[in-house]
Design a binder for this molecule. Sequence first.
Ligand code: CP
Ligand code: NVA
Length: 319
Amino acid sequence: MSTEIPECLQSLKHFLSIQDLSSEALQALIDFSIRRKGQFKRGELKPVLERKVLAMLFQKSSLRTRLGFETAMIQLGGYAVCLEDHQIGLAKREEPKDIARVMSAMCDGIMARVKAHQILIELAARSTVPVINGLSDWSHPCQALADVMTLQEHFGSLTGRKLAFIGDGNNVARSLLSAGVKLGMSFALAAPKKYQFDDGVIQSAHDKAGKNGATIIQTEQPDEAAADADVLYTDVWTSMGQESERSAREADFTGYQINAALVKKARPKAVVMHCLPAYRGLEITDEVMDSSQSVVFQQAENRLHSQRALLEVLLGRRK
Ligand code: CP
Ligand code: NVA
């Protein structure tokens, strides 16, 4: 096992959700990602995954997740094989548990972007190699990892900062809530009632946050969420798989936009974030997305650096 991998991460088997990480492990993963990013920029990365193969399985479209993992594997001396659902028929042509056994026998890791989160749980249950969640209907932990990494680069410590998420309480928002509160960030969600977090999500975030002072509020008023915020974050109103709800969602979310007027409600040095892809003009304006307060493309770049660090942690220690 590489001695450079922080001790609290050495027993990490899979990366299915932020909830599975302790605050210490999450912090160590962020610090490790930032350290490796610096080494990468200085041309000092070692090919620690030489001849290792990552199988990537996609039930939904992707730019950042796929490119980030594939590029990271190449940069570490390994290789990534991309399998799209129409080629393998996940849960239709073949059951996840059988796919997991075959992939484990041939590859050193599995990254999957799935429709139903349960598929990831089934893959992980039968896989003997690490399984990484590359987005499910429930969560997007790789995104949250890159997001908190970006915030740490920008602000230093996140303790005591406030993040306002304007829009759907979706997969991205759930993972971000979990990551943020573990690091002592307060979280405010502004969404119409039916798109807010359910009690279980809030309770679990509170439990995992412990007594670090992070607070969680939900409101239907974007201005209320944005007040005193250090971070304004949004995502699409209609996620992949919800296309039939698009017109209803666009009507429901009217007014839940990050625009110049909302940015003025936040702290003067607040940053604006979006996981991308964005529907410019709906959940975020061009003006804000391309402004000096936007860290959207730093976030996107950090998908590569954090995923490369994650691959090293999970795959680097295995023969
Ligand atoms: N943010 C994100 O996961 O992007 P992709 O869907 O393009 O992978
Ligand atoms: N919530 C979005 C995120 C895309 C990266 C979706 O699931 O489509």
